[in-house]
Design a protein around this ligand. Structure first.
Ligand SMILES: [Ca+2]
Ligand SMILES: [Ca+2]
Ligand SMILES: [Ca+2]
Ligand SMILES: [Ca+2]
Length: 356
């Protein structure tokens, strides 16, 4: 482990949370003997969905402070993202990309301007949000089995511990009888962090119960103003070394250790540092004074910020704009399809050119 930074409580929290998510994502379900019932549908997916995720679609930064590398693809493809994953057929992907181009090109002049791309990004962001609302309905049902529309912290805590492999009935019984729960330190830290977040998501008048909408902001803080501020506070807490609630470039570049497995490898990766520096100086620090304030970070994290969307649109265009007309033509998008969609289509397009 890199010892670039002294571990502090916040780091440990972020670290253990990352590790926990890693475990939950990596292990396909819990050990068989702990599983209440074995159905065809592994319960791991459902369990993961009741936990706030590190990665949020269409948000520029992960909850652990890492940049979201797939951001531009997410805001370009929206919920179509999955259709471009590895095993999709090139011919189909190409057709899909042409289709998308024609939609982004709102005024049908065969070229995508920054304004058109901005409008598209906003639309796709809204799509991610609607997707989150839809998924939240299912997750909420999982934590509110009696369906009365409210979930207490204790009910959620039981579900969370069950997802960690604890026996759900036993835990529920112990909580009911106010008995002490024997959980390891790591789980305890995650629980405390979740509890903070839980009470943040409880809108006034605070009744310590979350309804479906509040649960959505618990899982998806990016779409609620109050939770967005909370998320920013958490990120600053993890990155801010001198505790002045602002970030310098060096604070932004050195991440808390242990938040990802290959942190050490990433720390020494020059590209990684360069990218982060660029993002800090050119995008997040909007008044370019070398300091990122909470307000600047909040603007940056807000997925519905139109100014950010326009910047992103310009950046995306610049990547592929070979003829330098500040717009994207279909050929440019196809040539840079890997950047926009994650799949390489140009070679394919050239090979089968006769077909079209
Ligand atoms: Ca156009
Ligand atoms: Ca600082
Ligand atoms: Ca600034
Ligand atoms: Ca162009």
């Amino acid at each position: 482990m890199s010892s670039r930074r002294r571990p502090r409580a916040g780091h440990l929290r972020a670290a253990s949370f990352g590790i926990l998510l890693g475990i939950l994502l990596a292990v396909d379900g819990r050990p068989a003997n702990m599983s209440a019932h074995k159905d065809k549908n592994p319960s791991s997916r459902e369990d993961n969905e009741i936990l706030p995720q590190d990665h949020l679609n269409g948000v520029k930064m992960e909850m652990d402070g890492h940049l979201n590398k797939d951001f531009h693809q997410e805001v370009f493809l929206g919920k179509e993202l999955e259709e471009f994953e590895e095993d999709s057929e090139p011919k189909k992907s190409r057709r899909k990309l042409v289709e998308i181009f024609n939609k982004v090109d709102f005024n049908k002049d065969n070229s995508v301007s920054a304004k058109e791309m901005q409008r598209w990004i906003m639309e796709k962001t809204e799509e991610h949000f609607q997707e989150a609302v839809r998924e939240n309905k299912l997750s909420f049902r999982a934590v509110d089995p009696d369906g009365d529309g409210h979930v207490t912290w204790d009910e959620y805590r039981v579900k969370f511990l069950a997802s960690k492999g604890f026996n759900e009935k036993e835990v529920a019984e112990k909580i009911k009888n106010n008995e002490e729960l024997k959980v390891d330190e790591e789980t305890q830290e995650v629980l405390e962090s979740l509890k903070d977040r839980w009470f943040q998501a409880d809108n006034p008048p605070a009744d310590q119960l979350l309804n479906e909408e509040e649960f959505l902001s618990f899982l998806h803080p990016e779409h609620s103003r109050g939770m967005l501020k909370y998320m920013v506070k958490e990120i600053i807490r993890d990155l801010d070394q001198d505790g002045n609630k602002e970030l310098t470039l060096s604070e932004f570049i050195s991440l808390p250790m242990g938040t990802v497995e290959n942190q050490q490898a990433q720390d020494i990766d020059d590209d990684w540092v360069r990218e982060r520096k660029k993002e800090f100086e050119e995008v997040i620090d909007t008044n370019h004074n070398g300091i990122v304030t909470m307000e600047e970070l909040e603007e940056y994290m807000d997925p519905m910020n139109e100014y950010n969307a326009l910047n992103e649109a310009k950046q995306m265009i610049a990547v592929a704009d070979e003829n330098q007309n500040h717009s994207l033509e279909l050929e440019e998008i196809l040539k840079y399809s890997e950047y926009f969609t994650g799949s390489k289509l140009m070679d394919y397009a050239r090979n089968v050119h006769e077909e079209f």
